[in-house]
Design a protein around this ligand. Structure first.
Ligand SMILES: Nc1ncnc2c1ncn2[C@@H]1O[C@H](COP(=O)(O)OP(=O)(O)OP(=O)(O)O)[C@@H](O)[C@H]1O
Ligand SMILES: [Mg+2]
Length: 202
């Protein structure tokens, strides 16, 4: 049997990650894989407490980055690595690329500091595959406008999300073999056709 893989979904708020992640996991299960679906920030009891704080409490960009990576350490050690070791595939709604995009791009935090945290928390460990849901910010914002309540990130200005999107695309340039671009502006059916091709190929 092939080795269990760690797959992450990334992209700005409203790109359609959560909508397609459940479907993607189910498609993997239909092909006989054991699959664990998880998310960041979150994924563990402590991580979910930190998620609540991160999405609601004002704080410095540095604090935000430290809490994100603290939650991530627990997530990797308690959930992701044990699952992979027992042969379960892991699909996570966001991982470290989101820190580079939001705290690095959006908040303008020094990327070298984020790289230090990445090295500290998961040196020599990266997703096997990252699907970057990319789309124009106005389309993403339009989709989110249907939500009644918005979290601290979702309430940010369009210019913040433009910076997040650019930082994600930069990250893809740096890791072209790992990060695959998904055109998230298409209809859900089109996105699923693309995801289906990926499921078959991995
Ligand atoms: N391809 C699509 N076309 C049109 N609407 C979509 C598409 N994908 C998702 N949506 C809708 O857009 C909204 C946001 O989608 P979703 O919650 O999956 O985004 P997300 O990337 O998970 O956002 P967040 O980062 O805020 O969790 C939802 O109402 C969803 O139904
Ligand atoms: Mg989501």
């Amino acid at each position: 049997m092939s080795k269990a893989k760690f797959i992450t979904f990334e992209g700005v708020d409203g790109a359609g990650k959560s909508t397609h992640l459940a479907w993607f996991a189910e498609a993997l299960r239909k092909r006989g894989k054991e699959v664990l679906v998880t998310r960041e920030p979150g994924g563990t009891p402590l991580g979910e407490c930190l998620r609540d704080i991160l999405l609601n409490q004002p704080m410095h960009a540095e604090t935000e980055a430290l809490l994100m990576f603290a939650a991530r350490f627990e997530h990797i050690e308690q959930v992701i690595k044990p699952a992979l070791q027992r042969g379960t595939w892991v699909v996570s709604d966001r991982f470290s690329d989101a820190s580079f995009a939001y705290q690095g791009g959006g908040r303008g935090m020094n990327v070298a500091k984020l790289e230090q945290l990445e090295c500290w928390v998961h040196e020599n460990f990266q997703p096997d595959l990252t699907l970057l849901f990319d789309l124009p910010i106005e389309v993403a914002r339009q989709r989110l406008s249907r939500n009644i309540t918005l979290d601290r990130f979702e309430k940010e200005k369009d210019s913040f999300f433009e910076k997040v999107r650019l930082a994600y695309l930069e990250r893809r340039k740096k890791h072209p073999d790992r990060i695959m671009l998904i055109d998230a502006s298409q209809t859900p059916d089109h996105v699923k056709v693309n995801l289906e091709k990926i499921v078959i190929s991995i």
